[in-house]
Design a protein around this ligand. Sequence first.
Ligand code: NAD
Length: 342
Amino acid sequence: MNNKIKFAVIGQGHIGKRHAEMVRRNEESELVAVCDVLAKESLELNDLKEPFYNTVESMLQVHPEIEVVNICTPNGLHAKHSLLALDAGKHVVVEKPMALSKNDCETMLFKALQKNKNVFCVMQNRFSPPSVWLKKIVEEKIVGDTFMVQLNCYWNRDERYYKKGGWKGTQELDGGTLFTQFSHWIDLLYWIFGDIKNIQAKFNDFNHSDLTEFEDSGFVNFDFINGGMGSINYSTAVWNTNLESSITIVGSKGSVKVGGQYMDKVEYCNIKDYELPNLDPTNEANDYGAYKGSANNHPQIISNVIDTLKGRNTITTNAMEGLKVVDIIERIYSLRKEDRKS
Ligand SMILES: NC(=O)c1ccc[n+]([C@@H]2O[C@H](COP(=O)([O-])OP(=O)(O)OC[C@H]3O[C@@H](n4cnc5c(N)ncnc54)[C@H](O)[C@@H]3O)[C@@H](O)[C@H]2O)c1
């Protein structure tokens, strides 16, 4: 008997293939099987060595040895697939966002507690050195009390990304720009500064009316429960290529800005009696050809699952944190209706 942790992956699209590869590459894990509703050939999986299934149920039935199931299906299916895996007594690694409603996240959380299984949420940007550094300088009050935090997420997502007939851009399976493109940054905001209240927002759809069922841009502002105020300014209407994902913090002892396309570079640091330490380089962004995504830190996700299940570490992003990000986005989006009326 080997003591490798046995994984299966549901969804063999862009990110599902990456999960499968990261599981294969880790010497403490083994990929048992993968599953997708599409035919293996259409997914370019002709060289796949592991068994392939077209339904989650058949895969789980044939392979009781599976211990962890990675959910890499469209956002609107995360809850359903996680519940199938948890019901079968498996741990779950769920891609971001955890689900598309707080209600669904709660159902997943309760099921995990009942079954005594873990839910690992994929928020791999937490592993980027600038994110770890930001958390430290805020938590240890190196930057002082938080006055203002500005999150700018200006990306390009156009017809090269939103394909007719696909799930991206639909309300039901995608859910919106904040869920699919920017939940990583909202996770960082929550992870570093905590929960928000007194949310105000305005939204606009500049050039996505033929591509998506929701807005492409918004200005959101709020207070942090822990003090200070913040804003999220976001858009996918940027022409041609991503502009930036940046965070600017104005604190009582100094100011910092982390920028780049996916918060990968410290652009400004001016803090009383403090010198910026040398940070390790950030991993490259996920490259999808015409467009780029977030940091490619998926190997750390798989390592964290293994370390947690072997009792060597704790979960980087647990189900409660995954739920909070969905809750924050849901509260922001609940203002869509009001914004339309005024
Ligand atoms: N963490 C990150 O940086 C990151 C990056 C990209 C995508 N994602 C997330 O990963 C998920 C998948 O995104 P993607 O870009 O890989 O999408 P994709 O469309 O490339 O892949 C999704 C796959 O799921 C399959 N699928 C759909 N319904 C299914 C079902 N009922 N059973 C089994 N398979 C089913 C589809 O056929 C498709 O192959 C999304 O939730 C997305 O938000 C995360």
